[in-house]
Structure formats: C-alpha cells, structure tokens
Design a protein around this ligand. Structure first.
Ligand code: ZN
Length: 212
C-alpha cells in the first residue's frame, strides 16, 4: 500500500468532518452523547462487505463484530463480549449474521491446504461441512457447492447464536430479540435473507435448551 493511500485517508477524514458539520453543526456533539443501535451485525472481515454502507446505516445505527467468515464460536471471548454488551446493555432488537458469496474463509474450509494459524479458525467452518456433508457432497458443480456452503455456514452461526446463554437468557427474560441470517452477493450488491428465524429457546434442539 502506497504512502499516497495513507495520506489520502487522513485527508478524507478531514473532508468528512467538514461535510458532516456543514449538514449539522452539532453532529459529533450529539453522536458523542450515547448510542442506541437497534442492530448487532456479525459479518466477515472481508474488505468488500462493509456493514454500514451496504444497508445504508449511519453512525450510531449498527454495533459491529467482524471476523473471518462471520463465525459465532462459542468459546470466543471477543464475540461473547460483543454479544453480551449488545444484548444486555445496548438492548439491540436484532442480531444479524451476514455472510457473503465468494468468502475466502469458507473457500479455505473446502480445501486441504494449510495456510497457517488460521487453519484452527477455519476448522470451525469445516465442522459445518461435516454436519452437512450429505447435501454438500451431492452438489457436483463446485461453485454451486461453495455457494451452498456459504449459506449453510450462516445458518449454523445463527443457530449457534441462539444456543448461547446470553441469547437464551434474554428470551427467557421476555426481551424482544430477533436473530437473522443473510448472504451478501459481492457481484450484485444485494443481500438474501435466508429466513432462519429463532425467537425463543423452544426453537432449539432439546439438548441445547437452558433453564436460566
Ligand atoms: Zn468472507
């Protein structure tokens, strides 16, 4: 990355502040008071899937957590902390897992190549493959199989969100909390709602249900 790029982003920031202040002189003063975002976004780190831009959201609208392949790993303290804060302090109404077609993390999970320490992260995605091996192995076209794997990965992550003690406790306390799964199309810009909806822990397999 050239030095020009670095200078450019510093300059962009100054211009952005000027533009915002021209629209509303109190813009930053007001924003700095508090945040009440209605949505927690769990997305991929991929540079082409910026959370706010693709849904036309403004600063203050979306609490964001991103990692490689938009994973909800039940022992990930980072994800759990973000989720806990979003649900219990910010009281978000929606938690959205947004995957994307062409995801490098999901692609890596389909291959046997070792990339480095990330192999251990990708392994969680391989578990999703194993879980849906029958369906995925039956798809002969590799690209179609890849696309389906991306979708199934999102569905599994939404299900894993529902299994967390954080989400189950919120539901049992009568908190309004909706989980959603989307896939973003890099080459269209459109998202697809996968229609995976959980709104109570009765939707979970018996073994995962917690009496909190
Ligand atoms: Zn990705």
């Amino acid at each position: 990355m050239s030095n020009d790029f670095y200078e450019k982003i510093l300059d962009n920031n100054k211009k952005w502040v000027e533009t915002q202040l021209k629209i509303d002189v109190n813009y930053f003063k007001d924003l700095s008071q508090t945040q009440t975002p209605p949505l927690l976004w769990i997305g991929c780190s991929d540079s082409r899937v910026p959370a706010n831009e693709i849904i036309g959201a403004k600063p203050g609208d979306v609490f964001v957590h991103r990692n490689i392949a938009n994973m909800v790993v039940h022992s990930d303290m980072n994800m759990l902390s973000v989720l806990d804060y979003a649900v219990n302090v910010l009281k978000v109404k929606h938690v959205l897992v947004c995957g994307h077609y062409g995801c490098g993390g999901v692609k890596a999970a389909m291959s046997n190549d070792s990339i480095g320490i990330i192999d251990n992260w990708i392994r969680h995605i391989k578990d999703v493959y194993r879980h849906h091996k029958g369906e995925l192995d039956d798809i002969e076209n590799e690209n179609e199989r890849f696309n389906r794997f991306v979708e199934l990965n999102v569905k599994e992550q939404v299900s894993d969100l529902a299994k967390t003690s954080i989400v189950q406790a919120a539901w049992q306390n009568g908190q309004e909390l909706y989980l959603h799964g989307w896939v973003y199309g890099l080459n269209s810009g459109f998202v697809t709602d996968l229609g995976v909806n959980y709104s109570s822990n009765d939707d979970l397999d018996d073994v995962y249900q917690l009496n909190i």
